[in-house]
Write a protein that binds this ligand. Structure first.
Ligand SMILES: Nc1ncnc2c1ncn2[C@@H]1O[C@H](COP(=O)(O)OP(=O)(O)OP(=O)(O)O)[C@@H](O)[C@H]1O
Length: 244
């Protein structure tokens, strides 16, 4: 095994008396997509906030490419692209302006930024939108711009928190497919947080959490076999009691 892109070991989290996460451990290797699945209130956002350092780690260890998140914050975050659940694009700036601003924050030269913006938009099938204000784009296109932004500094680990929320079925499928191809082509590690079973594929790694506890972890097909389930829907219901 190579060094994991992301390693989470025995992580727990308390919100003043309420335990949101209890002893969660998992790894993501370069080129792997791990689907973090769980019903509402399972602890997905808490875990995401710990990995992105929005919350401070209370218990356990989080490492990105072998570097402790607690000790080398800047170094580790340089390797990470993040797409949050809520859009953080400036609606009154154009696509290019939003991306260029992010590039500047990462110390990327204007020349390099221009080149990367063109490449990423081409890749996302958005080249005609470069001078369009975000406000004029539909939800699916805005999400694609957010992915392009997260990729501007060429991260090796991409973290997405419920990136498809609010999108129609076609846009959801397209986005999911796009992230999968990035994962394969760039050998990028991906954490895909979702509460939607249909966004998960048999070749994915799966971490199913419920009420802060890890209920199942491993290659999707292995997890199904271990729990004698034919479908993820069945597994989800068996382990969480929740319906999809
Ligand atoms: N700031 C907070 N203070 C107290 N409790 C919190 C706080 N944030 C979350 N919780 C609780 O922690 C648990 C996990 O919440 P979290 O938001 O991480 O779950 P989730 O899986 O992301 O759910 P959802 O899909 O609904 O966003 C829930 O019981 C929630 O009520």
């Amino acid at each position: 095994m190579t060094q994991p892109a992301l390693s989470v070991a025995s992580v727990s989290h308390d919100y003043t008396g309420k335990q949101a996460l209890n002893n969660i451990s998992f790894d993501i290797q370069p080129g792997q997509l791990l689907a973090l699945l769980g019903p509402n209130g399972a602890g997905k956002s808490t875990l995401f906030a710990l990995i992105t350092r929005l919350l401070k780690t209370q218990n356990g260890k989080i490492e990105i490419f072998g570097e402790s998140l607690q000790r080398s914050r800047e170094k580790t975050l340089r390797n990470v692209g993040v797409v949050f659940q809520q859009s953080t694009l400036d609606l009154d700036l154009t696509v290019a302006q939003n991306l260029a601003y992010h590039a500047a924050l990462h110390g990327i030269s204007q020349r390099q930024a221009k080149k990367t913006i063109a490449q990423e938009l081409e890749r996302l099938d958005l080249p005609d939108c470069i001078d369009t204000k975000i406000r004029k784009l539909n939800g699916g296109h805005r999400r694609r711009v957010e992915i392009a932004r997260a990729l501007m500094h060429q991260p090796r680990l991409l973290l997405l928190d419920e990136a498809t929320v609010g999108l129609d079925i076609d846009s959801r499928a397209l986005l999911n497919q796009h992230v999968r191809s990035l994962c394969a082509e760039r050998h990028m590690a991906v954490l895909w947080t979702t509460h939607l079973i249909e966004e998960i594929q048999p070749q994915d790694q799966l971490l199913l959490i419920d009420k802060g506890l890890s209920q199942a972890y491993g290659p999707c097909t292995t997890v199904l076999e271990q729990h004698r389930c034919d479908t993820l829907k069945q597994l989800f219901k068996q382990l969480t009691g929740a319906k999809q």
